[in-house]
Write a protein that binds this ligand. Sequence first.
Ligand SMILES: Nc1ncnc2c1ncn2[C@@H]1O[C@H](COP(=O)(O)OP(=O)(O)O)[C@@H](O)[C@H]1O
Ligand SMILES: [Mg+2]
Length: 361
Amino acid sequence: MAKLSVEDLVVAYGSVTAVRNVSFTVEDGEFVSLLGPSGCGKTTTLRCIAGLEGSSAGTIRIGGEVVAADGRDVPPEKRGINMVFQSYAVWPHMTVFENVAYGLRTRREPAATVDAKVGEALKMVGLDGFAARYGTELSGGQQQRVALARAIVTSPRLLLFDEPLSNLDAGLRDRMRFELVALQRRLGQTSLYVTHDQSEAMLMSDRIILMKDGEMIQSGSPRDLYDRPASRFAAEFIGNANILQGDIVRAASDGRALVSLADGLTIEGLFSRPEAVRVSGAILVCIRAESIQRMRDAEDGPNAFDAEVTSASFLGPVVTCLLRIGGLTLRAELPARTAPAAGETIRVRIEPDAVTLIPNG
Ligand SMILES: Nc1ncnc2c1ncn2[C@@H]1O[C@H](COP(=O)(O)OP(=O)(O)O)[C@@H](O)[C@H]1O
Ligand SMILES: [Mg+2]
């Protein structure tokens, strides 16, 4: 196991710069995700760390050892890493046992060691009893488990994952997320995971690195990114956010402010981060759909509004409503038990601490 550090990584393909000065670390035993929309440079970053792609500039260290820097490029097989891909890359003409044993055989490990390690890895991924099956006799989920067993069997210093669950059906994908994290925790395996799926990154990661257009936008724990987005992009990419334009009316010294919205409405909120604090001017107001709460009809208080329900869609645990408040339309997720029907006028409030003020632009 080992720490990964990436410093000022740049990858250019001709005139396209796919990765721009990306720097981050993954601590020993940590699970970190690179999250961002398709084309933002996640795979390129991962492939550079694996040694499958050359970098234009920057330094990559695994366990303190420089594996990529100007003039030095350690080949993939000498980096002590394993990678799990979206396409399972399970060899169909080999048995499950041989698929998993491959990496150990290339190291010429004794047969008894290979038997023991492969058995252990198959047990870890829940494929006990599948050793003799051929790749062609496995479902997608089972193939992904084989790929996982193959990645962990050689006890690499670092595991790299590139959207490994994207090809699975929704139900299996959800289960595999939990299983994969449980396995990673058991092994204490340093892991870097690439996904474009924000809920996957939230569920699995100790830390998330949010990327856009080849750059790192923000990094932090799932909760930090969710509660304290530093930009409109972060607020919109993670969770369901209503983003409104506002103007600061009055700012307090404790990071709170009163903000005017369209149509003479005002709302109290909290700046997302110290560096976001402003005393005047335009600001963005972020209200999570689940932060809007229904109140009793005549109840009052800060950030209480009358809202007309223009649509209400039942989703099981919640009802997603579109609310007209003055001239604004907000999306709200209300508990199904007490949810209104379309056409009703209801009273709602939003906790001032749940109204996040972020810089405009
Ligand atoms: N071999 C390549 N040649 C030219 N451009 C590439 C190559 N690989 C990736 N790119 C470009 O680099 C950018 C980042 O790609 P990628 O890392 O695959 O993004 P992601 O994994 O986040 O979807 C994209 O604009 C992509 O088109
Ligand atoms: Mg990719």
